[in-house]
Design a binder for this molecule. Sequence first.
Ligand code: NAD
Length: 346
Amino acid sequence: MPGDGIGPEVTAAGRRVLQAIAARFNHRFEFEVQKIGGTAIDATGTPLPEATIASCERSSAVLLGAVGGPKWSDPNAPIRPEQGLLQLRALLGVYANLRPVKVIPELAAASPLKAEILAGVDLLIIRELTGGIYFGAKTRTTDSASDLCVYTVPEVERIVRIAADLAGRRQGRLCSVDKANVLETSRLWRDVTNRVMHDEFPEIELETLLVDAAAMHLLSRPADFDVLVTENMFGDILTDEASMLAGSIGMLPSASLGASSRGLFEPIHGSAPDIAGRGIANPCGMISSTAMLLRYSLKLDDEADLVEQAILHAIVAGARTADLVRDGDKTLSTGEMTDEIIKFLK
Ligand code: NAD
């Protein structure tokens, strides 16, 4: 689903990479292209048309560009592109959003942080995706508004189990982020996390941080983290902050997973209306998302590793889109950057 803004530009890059992988490994991928977000509202009046839902339901994996843009952003509009995305996540039952952040040393100069702070950063943020304040009941009168934040014990148990399991396959350290000094949902989150970790994952080292402190530690000691797990809104905010470690929001992928193997894969950036239609968007976050698609939905680990290596090789060889260039670097278009990455897939 290309979606809006730069969505179609980066999704085309992701598709080219999947086709290159198919050619290299002798696979055959079948693609269906469907509308979501603002373009779907324009064409059908709804941000998640029936045809899109049916297509997602018969697919092995869902690849998404981005939704939204100024044309549809009136806060009082009854139908908004983001509703399509929230609906899709709920429909696919994808409750765990995995957002890896790895610093490529060659891109350290593109980050606002000092290179010595960035050395060795390789963390994975796991954001709960279908609960919390984004999905709670909302009210609005002329002089007040409210958004309800709700978490249940099973919702916290299942996300903590995924996070602990992934920590066990990495460096064995998990940091749970909450706001237990103020919020009741966070006190529940902390109690459940402590119990699950104590009873089921005694070998994993558990650290707990308040979200305000976590926001600071992510910038002051990012290399100390392995896996972080947190609720929906905290994860939304912390992952955008963490994207600055990698140099550009255009670098970062995400995978949203649930009980089945069918995941939703999308770069973490939005539709970037300020650069849409110019062919200059960084496709790396989308291409990394295709690596996650290969790994988590199609169980093609070697293919996923190759895509990630190809991005790394292209960057090390000097390939840069506009968001990554520094003095003297040549600036590549979205298509040229994709060409450079595909060279390393052959
Ligand atoms: P954004 O991520 O679209 O853009 C933020 C900044 O990062 C912009 O300056 C943009 O040019 C730059 N940027 C983003 N992706 C880039 C890339 N691949 N290459 C180079 N530069 C890139 O966030 P925003 O401006 O806050 O939101 C724009 C629209 O996107 C809004 O309508 C918002 O609701 C929507 N949005 C959608 C998603 C999604 O579809 N998952 C996520 C976030 C925002």
